[in-house]
Design a protein around this ligand. Structure first.
Ligand SMILES: *Cc1c(COP(=O)(O)O)cnc(C)c1O
Length: 396
């Protein structure tokens, strides 16, 4: 048995998304900028996809820009707002300590360029409150950027409320919705979102293609200079096959949003109940206000990396947090942000499910994971010291 429980890192493409892409790799290979028939067919496909994405978000087609993925969309949104702000002498940006690195590292770069960044603390449940955002707003704030749902611990932020207060204060509001799109209902108008990033490969679409939504009236600046593609905001011949496939995958996910969420959250809750029964374990993230597929726990006395390798031997593909930090021995910045001490943050496990996971797989994981945790604990001198009472447990 091989179980894929790492859907927050990437997903398997759906048959619909693959079928949608194939004609644009074979007979419809035109460049949308060409004036001839083959080019114009590609252009129609591009605009069709733009319309589909717009509809899924309740945006207008001319508010949708295709990018190379979530990271580029985050970079472009933040850099554009920073440039607009700087022109008015506003160089303060509000975000959180548990954003994705595509956001955090862009903000670090802006700090080097003279911007002042306020990273809000996150509570133990992994949620920031609108009141905290309101309290951080200053006269010179030019952007609030807060992720829709966290990629490691799954907690969902109060986006409509934060959006409403930014609207009232006339401050652009961007959200990295890469984990939310295709999984939670998004309505950029009703939720007061000015800019939003999403990525195809997190909802059964292809890798290397994403979307930046920018509300009409906000000025967007390009990161890449060149041709006049994407209304002069993103140069480069369009990835038509990827774009068409992303749109098909997003539509398919949005058409089945509620039934998928119901199915996946039932599996999630069964896993959480079973795994939190392991002594000295703790759930990370909000108990209920979390992504349908996200399970994240810390186990006292073990190393996340060893846990992952042993689980892989048992056919379970999991993660210790973000794919970007695995490989390094630093504990996750997200777990540190919610206040987990270093020694606990090291022993984390993220299982991220999709609608193709089964109850049988969940039962197998519930049978195997406690055995592996036990095995690792028995080898740990630290754990034995805690068992003998020579050292206190951190997780009670
Ligand atoms: C995956 C992810 C990204 C990056 O998207 P790419 O398309 O891989 O560049 C950004 N933000 C979050 C929250 C993500 O989960």
């Amino acid at each position: 048995m091989r179980i894929y429980a790492d859907n927050a890192a990437t997903t398997k493409m759906s048959p619909t998304a693959i079928a949608a892409m194939l004609p644009y790799l074979t007979e419809h290979y035109g460049n949308p900028s060409s004036l001839h028939t083959i080019g114009q067919q590609a252009n129609e496909a591009l605009e069709g996809a733009r319309g589909v994405v717009a509809q899924c978000l309740n945006a207008r087609p001319d508010e949708i820009y295709f990018t190379s993925g979530g990271s580029e969309a985050d970079n472009q949104a933040i850099r554009s707002a920073a440039k607009n702000g700087a022109r008015q002498g506003k160089k303060h940006i509000i975000s959180t300590a548990f954003e994705h690195h595509a956001v955090l590292h862009t903000l670090n770069a802006l700090a080097q360029e003279g911007f002042e960044i306020t990273l809000l603390d996150v509570h133990e449940d992994g949620v920031v409150t609108p009141e905290e955002v309101a309290a951080a707003i200053r006269e010179d704030t030019c952007l609030v950027t807060i992720m829709y749902a966290n990629n490691e611990i799954g907690s969902i932020q109060p986006i409509p409320e934060i959006g409403a207060l930014c609207k009232e204060r006339k401050i652009p509001f961007h959200t990295d919705a890469v984990q939310a799109a295709g999984h939670l209902a998004i309505d950029v108008k009703a939720q007061n979102i000015d800019m939003l990033s999403l990525s195809g490969h997190k909802f059964h679409g292809p890798k290397g293609v994403g979307v930046l939504y920018v509300r009409k009236g906000l000025q967007l600046h390009s990161l890449i200079e060149g041709g006049a593609q994407e209304r002069r905001k993103r140069a480069g011949t369009e990835n038509i096959a990827g774009i068409v496939s992303l749109a098909a995958a997003l539509k398919e996910s949005c058409d089945h949003l509620e039934e998928n969420a119901a199915k996946v959250s039932a599996l999630r809750d069964k896993l959480i109940a079973g795994l939190t029964a392991i002594p000295h374990s703790i759930l990370n993230g909000h108990p209920t206000h979390r992504l349908p597929g996200n399970v994240n726990l810390c186990f006292e006395g073990i190393e996340g990396e060893s846990l992952l390798l042993l689980l892989d031997d048992k056919g379970i593909c999991a993660s210790s947090g973000s794919a970007c930090t695995s490989g390094s021995l630093d504990p996750s910045h997200v777990l540190l942000a919610i206040g987990r001490p270093h020694e606990i943050a090291h022993g984390s496990l993220r299982l991220s499910l999709c609608e193709w996971n089964t109850e049988e797989e969940v039962d197998y994981m519930l049978a195997e994971i406690p055995k592996v945790v036990d095995y690792l604990r028995n080898m740990s001198p630290l754990w034995r010291a805690m068992e003998k009472g020579e050292k206190p447990y951190v997780i009670q």
